[in-house]
Each structure stands twice: as C-alpha cells, then as structure tokens.
Design a binder for this molecule. Structure first.
Ligand code: EPZ
Length: 417
C-alpha cells in the first residue's frame, strides 16, 4: 500500500503551478458522448478520477488518446448504453453518462452510484429533471433504466443547487427538442466551463454561472477544442499551505476570481495575500486570527475547502466554528487531526476548533479526497514526521502533489509499506 511521509516545520517558497479542474474534466469528457466528432481538451489534470471516467467512456465506445495534459476523445460506434456498477461505484460522476446516452440513443441503463463517505448523495434531482424532459425512468436491480423517443425541452426547478444535476441536464437538454430552463441551478465555475465547451460544440446554452440557465436544443453537436479551467480547489489547498507555512509562496496558473470566498476568508485570518490575474502570492503571518466559516454553494465558501481551512484554524488564536451545510458526513478528518494534537469537537453540522494547538507528526489515515488534503497540510505544519495511509484518496484529485510540494521546499516522499 502506498503511503506518504512528510517532515513538517519547513517554510514553503517558490512556485506551485495548478492544473486543470478535476470537477470540470469529468463532465467535459462525458460530453464526448454527445457527438461523433472529436473533442480536444487541454489542461486535463493527471488524476485518478480522470482515468476512471476514461475507462467508462472506452467501455461505451469512445476512443480516448491522452497526451501531456491533453485528451482527444471521439465516439466511434456506441458499444452499448449500459454503465456497469463496477465502474460507476468507484466514482459518482460516472452517473452523468445517463443523460447524454439518452439524448443520443433514446435508452440507457446506468448503475445508481450508491452511498459515499461524505454523505448519502442521492441523485433524485437528476432523475426528476430528466423526467421533466420526457424520459421514462425506473430503477431495477440497482440500475436506472431510462427510455425516451426524443428528449423534449421543459422547465426544471432544482430543490437544491446541485452541481452534477445541473451539468447532467444541461448536456441532455442540449440535444432536446425545444427549450429547457433550469432554475435554482448550480453556479459553480465548472458548470460555466462545461457550457463554454457545449457552445463550442454548437449548443445554445445561456446563463451558465447564474442560477437560471436556458438551453435551446439543437439537432446535433460537433467537435470542439477547449482548455479546461484551472482547479480552484487545488489552488485553494496550496493557498492554505502558504497561509500555514509559506514565505512568499506563489500559486500560479489559477483563476483567483473563481475562489474569492476562500481568498477573502484566508485574508481575514491575517495571512499576507497578493492576488494577480492568474496567481496568488501567500506569506504566513502568525498569529492567525480565528474566523468562522460556513460552507455554501458557489459563490459561497466551498465545501471542498472545509477540511483544508480547518487545519489553518487549528493554528489560530481562539475558537472558530466551521459549519458544513452541503454534506452530512464531512468531518471524518477531525479524529485524525486530533490525533496530531488539534483540539476539535464536532456538534452536529458544526466543528468547534480551539487554537492554537501545536501539531505533532503521527501515522494518520485518509478517508476521502479533501480529508486527505487536510492531513497533508497538517503534516506540513506539524513538528516531526507524519505518515499518511490510503494515498489513493489523494491521487483521485491532486496531480503530482509530491513533486509540487518538493518544488516549494517541502520534505515529502511516497513509499510502499
Ligand atoms: C460536486 O459533487 C463535486 N464533484 C463535489 O466535489 C463537490 O463537493 C460538490 O459538487 C458540491 O460543491 C464533482 O463535480 C465531480 P451536488 P455533486 O449535486 O455534483 C444534494 C471533490 O472533493 N443532492 O452539488 O455530487 C447532495 O446530497 C468532490 O472534488 C441531492 O439531494 O454535488 C448534496 O448534499 C466531493 N439530490 C448537495 O445536494 C441530488 O439529486 C450538493 O450536491 C443531487 C444532489
């Protein structure tokens, strides 16, 4: 089993370059099902989740050529309209193939994603929205079996702004008869980036990035070239690393306007931040202020930054309250951080963080993608050596983390035990 060993207590300086957004790459690769022509994507992150979606697409008949941060994806003959449990269970975003398969063939059989470490994560909003587009759906043996002669435009009001639901229906509606309006849609930058790709393919999507999106269906979509937006969560993770132990650490290749809520919060804690158009320079300025945070859909404070921000609060003067409003079980990093010397108590949807507490190296276990990132940050700030187990969680969404941290002066290595 691969693990990570980190010697804490070193200053981070120099440059860390951010890759493309995992959470845009996944739906954008799925969009290759919507056309017979090639999609050429650049700034594709080299992370395990991308490899997983590529495996599913190849299973469905898409030929995918990967290059250095590039992917050329072209649907040949559709090999089938079934997405098997074995592929979908490893990554929920796989469920997004349902809509595009329906739009192209009028039928699909896709495994329900099942539970997840951070929450139940149902897909009821996806299914309710597809039904509004005229799809007949039933669940059989853990699979969604769906049929529709032709998708037809309709009015969809999401109960909650769902990122995956918005992306899913946007792709299906792009090839529907008539106009679809999505209300209370998710406003995440990844949703807007997918709309840029769809419009480059010949779709007619308006309003992505706002809570109301209008999609006028077209008969067919073509190929396109598209550069995936930078990963704002990867960038935010390195900003926290800089706030903890940075000395003029530059995070480049990012888009600060996509994660302003994170930058504002970190600035409030007293860190020295300098924003550029595509970079942020961060210097740690302890003592850090304790500042409460509450996760929200975009443009609020992202849930995918909650665990990382909590580490900074373990080093802040006083008590802070971090409230998780998106997922019901996203505090699994807390017991591991407490094993490193933090003092965090969980009360329902809130974590009460008392600081500053000296962190010490320990053997810890990753439980999900962002929890594992918080353990890396804690290890960088801790005295001594930390060993992080279950590295596969981290590899799902962080590209060349060891290389990037080493480039900034960290003492970190992967090893097998
Ligand atoms: C996306 O997940 C991201 N994943 C998640 O990032 C991120 O945490 C999440 O959005 C919120 O920002 C990808 O883009 C691949 P949602 P998604 O649908 O689309 C509830 C990471 O670390 N809901 O916006 O699955 C749901 O349970 C990952 O990179 C329903 O109730 O999230 C949750 O409470 C983790 N019914 C809330 O809405 C539905 O049909 C938001 O979920 C759909 C969602």
């Amino acid at each position: 089993m691969e693990k990570l060993r980190i010697q804490g207590g070193r200053r981070l300086t120099g440059e860390v370059r951010v890759g493309g957004a995992k959470n845009a790459a996944l739906p954008e690769l799925v969009a290759s099902l919507l056309t017979d022509e090639p999609l050429r994507l650049t700034n594709v992150p080299a992370v395990r989740d991308v490899a997983t979606i590529v495996r599913l697409l190849e299973h469905l008949g898409v030929a995918v050529e990967r290059g250095d941060a590039t992917a050329r994806a072209q649907l040949g003959t559709l090999e089938g309209t079934e997405a098997p449990y074995d592929l979908v269970k490893t990554m929920r975003a796989s469920f997004l193939v349902l809509g595009p398969l329906l739009a192209r063939t009028g039928r699909a059989r896709v495994s329900l994603p099942g539970g997840c470490a951070i929450g139940a994560r149902p897909v009821d909003q996806h299914l309710a929205a597809l039904a509004r587009l005229g799809v007949d759906l039933r669940v059989e043996e853990g699979y969604v079996v769906a049929e529709a002669d032709r998708l037809r435009g309709g009015e969809v009001v999401f109960d909650t702004p769902t990122v995956g639901g918005t992306e899913h229906v946007m792709m299906a509606a792009a090839l529907a008869d008539g106009t679809t309006t999505l209300r209370n849609a998710a406003r995440e930058p990844e949703v807007a980036d997918l709309a840029v790709l769809l419009n480059a393919m010949g779709a007619d999507v308006e309003g992505a990035g706002s809570d109301t999106i209008v999609i006028r269906g077209v008969r067919e979509l073509g190929g396109a070239e598209h550069e995936i937006l930078p990963d704002r969560i990867e960038a935010g993770t390195y900003v926290i690393a800089g706030a903890l132990c940075g000395d003029s650490l530059r995070i480049t290749g990012c888009r600060p306007s996509d994660f302003e809520a994170v930058l504002d919060k970190v600035a409030e804690t007293g860190a020295d931040l300098e924003e550029g158009a595509d970079s942020v320079r961060v210097t740690a300025r302890p003592p850090h202020e304790s500042v409460d945070a509450r996760t929200q859909p975009h443009p609020g404070f992202p849930t995918d930054m909650q665990a990382q921000y909590m580490v900074l609060m373990t080093q802040a003067e006083g008590t802070s309250i971090i409230t998780e409003t998106i997922f019901e079980n996203r505090f699994m990093h807390v017991p591991e951080l407490n094993r490193m010397g933090a003092e965090i108590a969980v009360d329902g949807h809130s974590a009460i963080v008392r600081g500053p507490r000296k962190l010490g190296g320990a053997r810890v276990m990753a439980t999900d993608l962002r929890a594992s990132a918080s353990l890396v940050l804690a290890a960088l700030a801790a005295d001594g050596e930390t060993v992080i187990d279950r590295l596969y969680h981290l590899d799902r969404g962080y590209e060349s983390l060891v290389g990037k941290l080493r480039g900034a002066g960290a003492k970190v290595e992967r090893f097998r035990e």
